[in-house]
Structure formats: structure tokens, C-alpha cells
Design a protein around this ligand. Structure first.
Ligand SMILES: Nc1ncnc2c1ncn2[C@@H]1O[C@H](COP(=O)(O)OP(=O)(O)OP(=O)(O)O)[C@@H](O)[C@H]1O
Ligand SMILES: [Mg+2]
Length: 243
């Protein structure tokens, strides 16, 4: 499939891209073993993603997209291979250092929102800042600014259960982006949304990507989402078949 750059934000982003690779992985293999079944979820993946790039990872269900995201972001371990993020080899970090590195440098957006139902929207957004040591005052200030970015400031005192699906996903985005992470991982960020909300979320992501030069890795089944990124990486049977 040819590289799609239909959207203006994506196009200008291509121009801004620096030559630095922020994500490099080599020969990543991940095998899931249970009593009588062995699944090779990742079968030797090599990738190079540059700073400020917005890429989509696409491919059939079960081809290893979520597993790849989990291994690249250090949420899951791999069997062989190496992953380097911003020049840091994940293998060289202790669990504590890896958690700290993740909290400071990465944001996560998942389909299932993962907002805590008993906390208000702004309290949910504050969490990553509080975890990485910001003062309560600073955390509130930055969270409100990020909620404003995603158009949810008026909803800051609402509980997640009182928000629509699109609003909840925007709250998840605010939370993922509140500490201005260098790398944002998103697994099916528009998977639960109708096309209007999908467009809105992609408008937000591309605008933020352009504004902040953050690197976005987005797993998606949606051709629309793929078309809004700089590059589509295609996977099949645990391998990258097009990058
Ligand atoms: N925790 C696990 N234990 C055992 N097998 C697993 C586990 N997680 C994933 N798998 C297997 O690894 C393979 C890749 O799964 P993965 O979730 O990465 O696929 P995917 O491309 O994200 O699929 P989808 O588009 O449906 O989300 C699948 O065959 C799956 O059954
Ligand atoms: Mg998946």
C-alpha cells in the first residue's frame, strides 16, 4: 500500500521530522507458552521509528499488534531481541528504572479507556503527574490545561460514567499526554467510537503531534486512522510485512 498523507497536519509533520530514531527494535521475538500450546506472537520484528513520526500498525486480528506495542513499550518482556527508546536499551533498565522511564517519557491510550470510575475527570488526568512526583498544585494546573486542549475543561468535575464515549476517549488522551511524553502508544484509540468521534480524536492526535513533535505509534484496524498517519506498518503472523 502506498504511504498515505492525506491530511495537512500529517504532511507538515513529515517536513518537521528530524532524522533521529526514537524507537529502534531488532529481531524481537515473543512466544506465549501454555501447557500444550505455543504461540509465536512476534517472529523477528525489526523497526525504526523517527522522532515526531506518527505511524499506524495495522494487520489482521491476532497478528501481534498489541503484543508488539506491549514489548516495545516495556509493558511486557520479549524472548529475544532488543528495543531501544530514545537511545535507552530497555534490557539495561531495572524494573524500577523502567517504570520511572515509562512514567516520564511515555503516554498510553487504550480502547477500553481505563479511567478510574470513582475519580473525577481532572483527577484521572492528574494521576500520571502525581505518580511522577509533581506537586498537587502543578498537577492540577497542567491537567486543566490539557483538558482544555482536548475540549473537556467544562467537564473536569464529572465522573467518567457521566461522559459520552468520545468524551471519555478525549479524557484518556488528556491523561496520556499530560506529562508531555516523548512517545505515545495507542491501541485502537478509536475502536469504540463512531466516525464523527473517530475524526475528532484523529484531529486532536494529529494537532498535538504537530504542535509538540511527539512520536505516536497507533495500532488500528481503521483505514481512516491509517490514512491520517505518516506511515503504515503492516503486520501478518507475527512479522512486519510492510514498513
Ligand atoms: N497473554 C497471552 N497468552 C497467550 N497467548 C497470547 C497472549 N496474548 C496474545 N496471545 C496470542 O498472541 C497472538 C497475537 O495477539 P495480539 O493480541 O498481539 O494480536 P492483535 O494483532 O493485537 O489482535 P487484535 O487485532 O485482535 O487486537 C494471538 O495469537 C494471541 O492469541
Ligand atoms: Mg490487539
Amino acid at each position: 500500500m502506498p504511504k498515505k498523507t492525506q491530511h495537512k497536519s500529517s504532511q507538515s509533520n513529515v517536513k518537521r521530522r528530524s532524522a533521529n530514531s526514537v524507537i529502534i527494535c531488532k529481531n524481537v521475538v515473543k512466544i506465549y507458552k501454555s501447557t500444550n500450546i505455543t504461540v509465536t506472537a512476534l517472529n523477528g520484528v525489526d523497526l525504526n521509528i523517527k522522532e515526531g513520526e506518527m505511524v499506524a500498525i495495522m494487520g489482521p486480528s491476532g497478528c501481534g499488534k498489541t503484543t508488539l506495542l506491549n514489548c516495545l513499550s516495556g509493558l511486557d518482556s520479549m524472548d529475544t531481541g532488543s528495543v531501544s527508546l530514545q537511545g535507552m536499551e530497555l534490557e539495561s533498565l531495572s524494573d524500577d528504572k523502567l517504570s520511572e522511564f515509562r512514567a516520564k517519557n511515555m503516554g498510553f491510550v487504550f480502547q477500553s479507556y481505563n479511567l478510574l470510575p470513582v475519580l473525577t475527570t481532572v483527577e484521572n488526568v492528574e494521576l500520571p503527574l502525581l505518580v511522577s512526583g509533581s506537586s498537587a498544585k502543578e498537577a492540577r494546573k497542567r491537567s486543566e490545561a490539557k483538558l482544555d486542549d482536548v475540549g473537556l475543561l467544562d467537564w473536569k468535575q464529572h465522573l467518567p460514567g457521566e461522559l459520552s464515549g468520545g468524551q471519555r476517549q478525549r479524557a484518556t488522551l488528556a491523561r496520556a499526554l499530560v506529562n508531555d511524553p516523548a512517545i505515545v502508544w495507542a491501541d485502537e484509540p478509536t475502536g469504540n467510537l463512531d466516525s464523527t468521534n473517530e475524526i475528532e480524536i484523529m484531529d486532536l492526535l494529529t494537532d498535538l503531534n504537530k504542535k509538540n513533535n511527539q512520536t505516536f505509534v497507533i495500532v488500528s484496524h481503521s483505514d481512516y486512522v491509517g490514512g491520517r498517519t505518516n506511515r503504515i506498518i503492516k503486520m501478518k503472523d507475527g512479522k512486519v510485512v510492510k514498513k
